[in-house]
Design a protein around this ligand. Sequence first.
Ligand code: FPP
Ligand code: MG
Length: 337
Amino acid sequence: MDVRQTAGLLGRLALEDPGFEHRLSEALERAEKWLQSTAHGSLDPRVAALTGHLADAGGKRLRPLLVLLGAEFGEPWRDGVTQAAVIAELVHIASLYHDDVMDEAETRHGVPSAHARWGERAAVLGGDWLLARAAQLAADLGPGAVHLNAQAAGRLVAGQLRELSGPGPDMDPVTHYFQVTEGKTAALLSMSLGIGALQAGTAAPEVAALTEYGEQLGIAFQIADDLLDLSSPAELTGKQRGKDLLAGVPSLPVVLAREGADPADAELRDLLADGPLAPADADRALALFARSSALTETEAVLRRRLDRAREALRALPPLPARRALHALCDYVALRTS
Ligand code: FPP
Ligand code: MG
């Protein structure tokens, strides 16, 4: 992974505090080197090629950044903070190995997925290996880190299982969407802030504010992704527009369109009624979404989640890290505007 990419996310936050930005950038670089040596750390080169594959492929490194920002509310120089950043990213990368098997994804971060390159069974085991390394690093840090790591991994799996089994006949699909999203996306963002704050010895009320912020930011992130699938050209997202829509992913706009009662959305409701969309209907569905109340409602839910994230920050002291966490909310909002 090119460390310039981590600088990329930092740069996009426009923190206007070069000293703070430089310190974060150096800390991210330390975490990146540790992540790389851990992911490639098997003595067997074939295992190392598999387990290092997605660490090499890149990513925003949002979770390590959140760990470091969470630590800013305590003593960020303490031993264990960098290690916590590595743990959070290892769990994330492990989950992607498994996710690409489940989604039968051919690519991840612009390179062949582990499952495309080594097959399903090896990809699952590669993810397991990384998860085991995260657990080992957490054990070095003590019971608090072990607890947070285990809880986050459990919530991720539970979210994915809920997605797999669907809402069931008696469940409200919108409630189901939020349960899935809390597990799949919010759990690890929240854990990242929590484990960073814990390792830095941050006071309990501030840890609680940070983890609540992470939960809300995580849900907002997923909703923003859902919106991008409907509105953004491939050059911007690296993903074909409407890819999730065609794959039948029950994103929030899709769920709200199916559940809504606006007569103006009737044609869209009909198109979405019988499972995955027919490829021939994709352009029409995207055009209908663009002026649907489902889309307006999704944007409103996104704004409310970002407001809740910002609200959680009010309990924190006005440090540069709090400004950075605000900037992350603006970044999520801007991605979809
Ligand atoms: C990406 O979602 C997937 C996740 C955020 C989590 C996947 C979790 C698991 C597979 C459970 C296993 C977890 C562990 C810890 C081993 P997506 O498919 O909606 O997005 P994408 O477009 O990035 O694939
Ligand atoms: Mg996927």
